[in-house]
Design a protein around this ligand. Structure first.
Ligand SMILES: [Zn+2]
Length: 292
């Protein structure tokens, strides 16, 4: 498809966004990420994590979101650790369902000074920018943004040592009936990479993945939405197991042979505002289509 034939789609999409709200800004998402990353390593229970949670909550409240702090204690290989998911809600119309966008905020506990710019600064800054952009949106469904704690394994990845926050919330939402009301869940992880190619993550719900990939094509971002289909366990999997339609948007090829992942190379200079913007515009437009 030529750029010219694509243009009417882009203009139309941009116009429909402009009517409702300001577009997702990559610069803003990048700056919000940098603020969180400046706090230093943010593993569960750390002083920096507490500061980050306070920062997230104050931003969300200043933009008018209903905020719930979901504090719990997790049993980990190094003992019990305090963890905290943050849940932001924008109520839709009565009888509507729930659209969830999620990502994790914790950084992996490592012996190095791990900045965690992409993992998980990028998902944190991304969700904050989404909150800024959607703060006045009038949707049919509730829009719920979830900032998960404890995605990373404290020691080595296993069913019991990983996904603490999402396993906790999925179980809670199963008990209180929220799970059945979810229309779709979109999880983002490591989406700030300046060389952005998202995986066609193969645990993800196929119809939802087809929708996201087709929106990306229409917006002219097809080259950032890859065809490679590995399975990656992430914060969407506890919800998939309960029958929720869910997708994980992740670029799991960070630096040469993924060598920046979980190393002191994961710093802000490896990220690009443009990557945030690509994912943000696609997620924003996908949410609108899911809301129809
Ligand atoms: Zn990680």
């Amino acid at each position: 498809m030529t750029a010219l034939r694509l243009l009417p789609f882009i203009v139309l999409a941009a116009a429909s966004l402009a009517l409702a709200q300001a577009p997702f800004s990559g610069d803003s998402a990048y700056k919000l990420t940098a603020e969180v990353v400046a706090l230093g390593p943010r593993p569960p229970g750390s002083a920096a994590a507490r500061k980050m949670h306070a920062l997230i909550v104050s931003r969300l409240k200043s933009w008018g979101w209903q905020v719930e702090e979901d504090a719990f204690t997790a049993s980990t290989p190094i003992g019990r650790l305090p963890m905290r998911n943050i849940i932001a809600r924008l109520p839709g119309q009565p009888g509507g369902r729930i659209l969830v966008v999620s990502g994790h905020t914790d950084t992996k506990k490592l012996a190095i000074n791990f900045a965690g710019a992409n993992d998980a600064g990028s998902s944190t800054g991304f969700l904050l920018e989404l909150a800024r952009v959607f703060r006045n949106a009038k949707l049919k469904h509730d829009l719920v943004l979830v900032f998960f704690d404890g995605e990373e394994a404290i020691r080595d990845w296993s069913d019991k040592d990983s996904l603490y926050g999402s396993r906790h919330l999925a179980a809670r939402w199963y008990k209180d009936g929220t799970i059945a009301r979810i229309n779709a869940l979109i999880n983002v992880d490591m989406i700030g990479d300046r060389d952005l190619v998202l995986l066609k993550e193969s645990f993800s719900s196929e119809p939802l993945q087809r929708l996201v990939w087709s929106v990306a094509r229409e917006l002219g971002y097809a080259h950032h939405f890859g065809n490679q289909g590995w399975a990656v366990e992430d914060d969407h999997t506890p919800f998939l197991r309960l029958g929720v339609r869910a997708i994980n948007l992740i670029d799991f090829d960070y630096g040469p042979n993924n060598s920046w992942w979980h190393t002191d190379e994961d710093t802000m200079d490896k990220l690009s505002p443009k990557s945030f913007e690509v994912v943000g515009r696609v997620v924003a437009e996908t949410l609108k289509r899911l809301d129809r």
